[in-house]
Ligand binder design. Sequence first.
Ligand code: NAP
Length: 271
Amino acid sequence: MKLAQRKALVTGAGSGIGRAIALCFAREGAAVAVNDIRREGVEGVAEEIRSLGRDALAFCADVSDSVEVRAMFEELAAQWHRLDILVNNAGIVVLDSSRQQRLIEAHMQRLQGLATPEPLAVSQNVTDMEWRRTLAVHLDGTFYCTREALKLMEAQRYGKIINMASVAGLAGLAGAAAYSAAKAGIIGLTKAIAREAIHCGVYVNAIAPGFIDTPLLAEMDPALKHLIALQAPIGRFGTTDEVAAVALYLASDDSSYTVGQVLSPNGGFYM
Ligand code: NAP
């Protein structure tokens, strides 16, 4: 087992990629604290972890709220006195249906070799609320949790921080300006903190998945999903287990020379 005796916290672990990572870490021997904004999600996954014979904690907290994040880490420290692995995974996507329709039309025109007759014109309709909430959950949330984790990890001279970015942060995605900006911000944050933290034995890296079949994309138009899958040379969406395998590598001592990197399981969508 690659994570025996380790204690991990995974945010946004009530669903999708975070749940798969939490269960993967537990199977590899770790005790896992699961965070999510909804109570039912975390309680269910914590039960699944306990049924694997591992210790679990459940935290319902909004990662974009620094007061809730601090309280979560204080409770975790009181219970476990250490934290070896933090996965900053919590995230949201705002899928506007008219924006999706424009993207489908643009994709179809491109596939047919036609020039787009009109500008795509989707980011003009992004509201202040969408912009702020997207940056708050992804970028503020990653920073707030990292700040608290570093206090524990620096003292113990050991830690692994894994930030969930996206191909959106590497390539930029049309129709997802706020999300792309937030994920690019996470990549910059990862590299900056990696340079600081490695001196006290804390490894910071990021994962930038391509399109993964999770509840996050449940509201995505099936036609748009199909068109996106066609853009990856592998021809399909990824699975949550395929991302969890990369997280396990970064969480384990196999990645002992991997610092400030962005690993991108994306089926060739972005090279
Ligand atoms: P998911 O199934 O929706 O899981 C994300 C979880 O985070 C949800 O349970 C969500 O709760 C929770 N969450 C949202 N806001 C939160 C907050 N403020 N505090 C704590 N938890 C919060 O989505 P996923 O696809 O697994 O995404 C996980 C991460 O991977 C995200 O950072 C996402 O951007 C990233 N990612 C996903 C893909 C993809 O194609 N799926 C690709 C690249 C990167 P609610 O359901 O209540 O919102």
